[in-house]
Design a binder for this molecule. Sequence first.
Ligand code: AMP
Length: 284
Amino acid sequence: MEIITGITSMQNRTRELRAAGRRIGFIPTMGYLHEGHLSLVREARGRADVIIMSIFVNPAQFGPGEDFERYPRDMERDKILAEAAGTDIIFAPSAEEMYPRGFLTTVSVDRITRVMCGKSRPGHFDGVTTVCMKLFQIVRPHIAVFGRKDYQQSLVIRTMVKDLDLDLEIITAPIVREADGLAMSSRNKYLSADERERALRLSASLREAEAAIRRGERRGEAVVAAIRKRIEGHGVTIDYIAVSDPLTLEPVAVIGDHVLIAVAVYVGKTRLIDNLLIETNPGE
Ligand code: AMP
């Protein structure tokens, strides 16, 4: 496995790969890899010849007072895990390489970035779209794989790719969970044993909401209220609970054929997100 840190070196390498007719699959990450990230590598392997993973804790997507400094990092461990999963090249630039003095450009997607995580993390998605646009220009992938764990992020990236006519395909892969249901996240490392136990309310509340919808509940507000009741209290505070249209992210009053249920909470100081995409009429 190769490790590349320079933008020009990465661009030269992908130029060679493209000239040799290789299909490039790309997985952008912030590192501290877990099974969720590695599932994206496997997803890409089935669709591309060369797998490039970026590992970059992107300062532009963290707000003031967020966890940029203490975000977990372990490059040596990441190298071992990425290689074992089938990564061919890691692109790991420094912040100075990505944002040199004089950097002035922002790529911004409107509307769907103003709700849910965009509301509580102003500027977050501008940081995400700007870094992904740069990474796509540097790596020049044929496909890029994102996790549904960050549902809103993958929708924002798809929208950017469509609106700016970028010549690559975005693949979204399912959420990978721990055996007890907790969605895997690098931030789970912050949780104490007690907090981790409390964090299980997130996935449990989503499963219960799905069961209620399968039994015929169609009132968006009732689903939100049930989730709130299930999660809130004992050291867990709610950032948002969304019962929304999966494409516009607008809240839905009456649940139709497809619905996104997404939650963001603070367990102690740790912000966790989870979601479930529900088809109410599968097979119809
Ligand atoms: P991150 O390193 O947290 O920025 O995540 C990098 C990529 O991995 C994003 O596309 C995430 O959606 C994806 N990802 C993170 N956690 C999971 C998970 N539990 N299941 C599936 N994909 C995930």
